[in-house]
Design a protein around this ligand. Structure first.
Ligand code: ADP
Ligand code: MG
Length: 270
């Protein structure tokens, strides 16, 4: 029997996971793999997003490419993405927005709300009030659906961002999906079958199942994401990033990625 360790029932504001080393160079952001194949997850996900309705919904996303770099005299895998900020623009996380615009005890207010749809609605209404981004409900729902599709359990509110240029706000391009596709082999070990790992995944920021989180958002803001790809469409985008990893790991990575997308897709279609 598994021993269950539970944390308080609150909306995750920060991640307990370590920080991938990252830096900006020649207008690109570089990010090193830390607990597994984050670079591959980051690279493959946007290629698949191109086969969804994301762009048609007017939401931009960031493309990544694999990198092999020497850092601190060690050869490391990682990925890079073009800097998406325009001059004068900055990223503001939703956690920061709430701290500044609602108060440091905003989590208490949310914890008193009776159910998941009302918690999501509260987050959306505060964001709309503070930024004027009237489609934020649809944007957040889309983000939750994408996280579910790729099994990204790292959507704490420091990973939901908006763009700010002086007093004007805009929707942030989607980025930082590298924690999906079971890429973290410390938290999701290679020796455990991917299906069992996927059953354990918890969705952030509500700390519940992906199904409950997505259904709660869709109940208020409607279904946003549709996609048109199957497992054969994954093989080609996987092939190039896979070459960066050791040959003995390739089969496992492939199996984990494919099982993840297959299972998560089935849950999302249901
Ligand atoms: N392509 C990019 N354009 C602009 N800023 C970026 C880009 N990639 C990363 N950053 C900056 O680095 C921060 C952390 O990047 P992120 O990909 O979210 O890494 P982490 O996995 O550590 O959360 C972002 O909040 C942003 O400030
Ligand atoms: Mg992040």
């Amino acid at each position: 029997m598994a021993i269950q360790l539970t944390t308080g029932n609150h909306i995750a504001g920060t991640s307990s996971k370590g920080n991938q080393e990252k830096w900006r160079e020649d207008s690109r952001w570089y990010k090193l793999d830390l607990f597994g194949y984050e670079g591959l997850a980051e690279t493959v996900t946007p290629i698949l997003l191109a086969k969804t309705t994301v762009e048609a919904l007017g939401v931009r996303y960031v493309s990544y490419r694999m990198e092999r770099v020497e850092a601190h005299r060690h050869i490391r895998n990682g990925c890079s993405s073009p800097d998406f900020l325009q001059p004068g623009e900055a990223i503001l996380t939703i956690a920061d927005l709430f701290r500044k615009g609602v108060g440091s005890d905003w989590q208490k207010t949310v914890s008193r709300l009776p159910n998941f749809p009302s918690k999501i609605q509260w987050m959306v209404e505060q964001t709309v009030r503070l930024t004027g981004l009237v489609h934020f409900g649809a944007y957040l729902t889309l983000l939750f659906e994408i996280d579910m599709l790729f099994g990204n359990a790292d959507r704490h509110l420091d990973n939901v961002a908006i763009l700010r240029r002086e007093e004007r706000f805009d929707y942030c391009p989607l980025f930082d999906l590298g924690a999906g596709l079971l890429s973290n082999v410390r938290d999701y070990p290679m020796e455990i079958a991917p299906k069992a790992l996927l059953r354990q995944l918890r969705a952030q920021p509500l700390d519940t199942t992906f199904t409950r989180q997505v259904h709660a958002a869709e109940a208020v803001y409607g279904v946003q994401l549709e996609w048109d790809f199957d497992l054969t469409d994954i093989e080609t985008p996987l092939a190039e990033p896979l070459r960066f990893y050791a040959e003995r790991e390739m089969w496992y990575i492939c199996d984990r990625v494919e099982t993840c997308i297959k299972m998560q897709k089935a849950k999302l279609e249901w």
